[in-house]
Design a protein. Sequence first.
Lengths: 477, 486, 102
Amino acid sequence: MVIGLEVHCELKTATKLFCGCPNMFGEEPNTNVCPVCLGLPGSLPVINQKAVELAMAIGTALSCEIRPSTFHRKNYFYPDQAKDYQISQYDEPINVNGHLDLPDGSRVGIERAHMEEDTGKTSHSGSSGRIHGADYSLVDYNRSGVPLVEIVSAPDMRSSAQARSYATELRAVLIASGASDGKMEEGSMRVDANVSVRHSADDPFGTRCEIKNLNSVRSLGRAIDYEADRQITLLEAGERVTQQTRHWDEDRGCTVTLRSKEDAYDYRYFLEPDLVPLVPDAEWIRAVADTMGPLPAERRARLVALFDDLGGASDAQIDQVATVVDLGLDSLVTAAVAAGVGSRLALARTANEAATDVDAARRLDVDSYVALLTMESAGTLTATQAKAVLGELLTTGGGDPAVIAAAKGFEAMSEDSLAAMVAEVIAAHPDDWNQYRAGDDKVQKKKEGFLTGQVMRTAQGQADGEAVKAELRRLRG
Amino acid sequence: MTAPRPSTALANAVRSGARSALEVLEEHLSAIEAGDGEVHAFNLVTADEARAQASAVDRTVAAGDDPGLLAGVPVALKDNLCTRGVPTTCSSRILEGWSPPYDATVVTRLRNAGAVMVGKTNMDEFAMGSSTETSAFGPTRNPHDTSRVPGGSSGGSAAAVAAGFAPLALGSDTGGSIRQPAALCGVVGMKPTYGTVSRFGLVAFASSLDQIGPFAATVGDAALLFDVIGGHDPADSTSLNRPTPRVLSVLDDGVAGLTVGVLTEFLVGADPDVVARTRQAADACANAGARVEEISVPEVAYGLSAYYLIAPGEASSNLARYDGVRYGLRVDAEDTAAMNTATRSQGFGAEVKRRIMLGTYVLSAGYMDAYYNQALRVRTKIIEGFAVAYQRCDVLLGPTAPTTAFPLGAKTGDPLTMYLSDVCTIPTNLAGHPAISVPFGTGDDGLPIGIQVLGPALSEGTILKVAAVVEAAAPDLAPPVLAGRS
Amino acid sequence: MTEPQRLTRDDVAHVADLARLELTDEELDLFTGQLAQVLDHAADVASLDLAGVKPTAHAMAVTNVLRPDEITPCLDRDEVLAQAPAVEDHRFRVPSILGEAP
């Protein structure tokens, strides 16, 4: 299969692309409107500077060439299109010729990422809420004029897995660049897939179909696989694939025809006479790039590099790295490591424990977190105790882990107490102790485990397993 | 020599308290009542709003505050300028009864200058026409001869000033729609440099050509009105962000040392009496110390054709929004597309439909390059042609229209014939240059003739200087006599 | 450059459809004749050899006109909806929409 994705990304600006109405989701209908975004007679568009900068940030993040660009009118009638034309970019888009490198090492080309305005929203009467069979529809123009960047990939993807990976990584990049909040479920990131099939990589591309209504990465994968199968079935039956737009039906798990694209609609594109060209100079482009932090790929690489001295990160650790970066918690890991905490511990605690409450983890005071992991790393707290203290920190947002530990009664077990406890257990289990002292490696290991477990039970989680083993071995000789 | 400025005098009288704005207004409202039944310059006379504005001006004066440059001066507004809460119809059924929820920028500037807005004037529907005969509400008649057209598309505004209904008016000019009716009605009308007057709130016809401009009885008043409405507007991306030309201060400087080029292409096809008046106007400039020569700008010959490809193209897109969904006329139907079609088919007149279809065709896949883009290349050539001319001349001079006012109905049967009335005005719109029409006597039929002064971008000061000289030398024009007035 | 073909009745019917205009047969005939005439006149432009001439879309060469990302007052919803042909639930009501956007 051959796949290209078109992603529409709503930009995180305060106002719309061509007017000062608020760019906000979920407001009372038709309250964020003005002559411009309603398309009233006599209204004129004026470009939002921040929208341009976010578009440039996306271009930078996707390694695009940022060029002088112009706006065109795309003319068609539809009730959610306030002027019955959309102001978009046509043959001179702001960003061209970029790429996105995926975690598996593959590279997907980005043909263009251009600016355009969003439409209003229609809702349809009738129980299904679907357009077909509705007696009438209602239009809300709050979303009309919201700034979008449309990112068009090259048809470089060859599997639904790769497409899912692309969508996931692109979303992370869009969030990291500050351009978007990536909320597919709110519609701030919309993905359409173009799918075609061919026998082998040497064959020319087959006829493609466009699939719309993909509301999650999972749907994307399912829809692509379904569509590829559908096309293969058609071709094997000796029929041909008709170029068309299809709608993904999540409930029925299939794509259905929306309209045939055989006769492509004549949009009569022409240069928007109410706007003038955008010509970003090198200084402006650099200024925008300078405001951007590192992108997900670089952030993942930085965390993985923390394991270079330990013989490299394992697959499980690579997964943890992806989770940490995706959730934006990398600073917790890097701060801990910088303070001397082991990479493995820092990563594991962050990916497994801190990530259980992402919002709290993002607000967490980094110094508190580092102090906690330092206590665990030094053996002052056991793993169980550390996790409990972390739970408390997440709730309060910060605090002194030592104080919290004390409040919970997590005393640091002194060496004497530990030795006494070990001696107690040895006295209580003389046979096991003798077997531990005298037995072969296998027996030793088994008895060590047993005796350690006994000490841990007695200590009720306040003994550090490693310290117990060390004491046993010391006594054994 | 001082260019006459009756509106300035009027504003001064109101500002000083010598006259009350309300009294000035009532005078004009009476004239409108007596004469507009015959002329039909207005779609709507906003008497109550005007009285409120005039009273406010008088109160400001009484309080010792400055009411503004146009204090108490009645101004008529072409009905494609958005006026908040006041119907703005573009003389079309599709906007009949629609009131904008906002003011055009120029309207705000007029309010702030203390002007009193007397009403919305009749026009060709959506500014498409050269005679005000495509109005859905009936034509406007030329006050000098009510069997004749006032010109178009701003015929109502031109007639309002010519008939004395208001000393000042605003119109819009896309291919000559201020200048040509000014010429036919015997008043001054100016199209400023593209970008010097904000288009925000001007219902768009052809976005890259439309400009709002002043009508007045004199060059001096046109300059004053231009001063008030002109200037950068952040709400219009095509608005120039640079100082507007200083015009009032240079108006009386005279033309000594300037070179005036009589544009030969405009004389071709003009009636002999029009040509004669043009030469007289040129002589007046020579007598005032200018160097006058004939000059050819061959590229302007393609202006008409290029215009009738570019303007309808843009218009077809600008008028798509009239679909019965959000405002204006709706003709119900089973589904939205059918509703759009029924609404537009019933709401638009024949000329508007013609231009929408022409424009849609010209922009269509397969024809864009042969027509629309080609017209844009012609535009480049016209700009270059003018640039060469302006290396030799400071301004160009020519007739505004090839004929005097023609009879109502004379050209409505053949669109092409009507389009040819714009041959002298269109090239300046394509180039974005300023031009002004100044009344200069009458033709053999006793009807007004207008002389056009053209200049390069941002040369309003220069063209107004020359216009003032032409005006000073112009034969007196008898004011129109309307049946309703004694 | 190749000359465009003369405007036909079918062309006019097609663009009328694109422009959401419905014409009677008489109008179709009349407009075809009139528009063909205008385009014939415009053919002098179509036939010019202007290869190498840049099209001018804007007479004044301005770039980078932008506005700050700051909220400005919106319209009063009641004022807007009062002018609407049909309203329900604070939204603009339209008859059934057949098909998705093109």
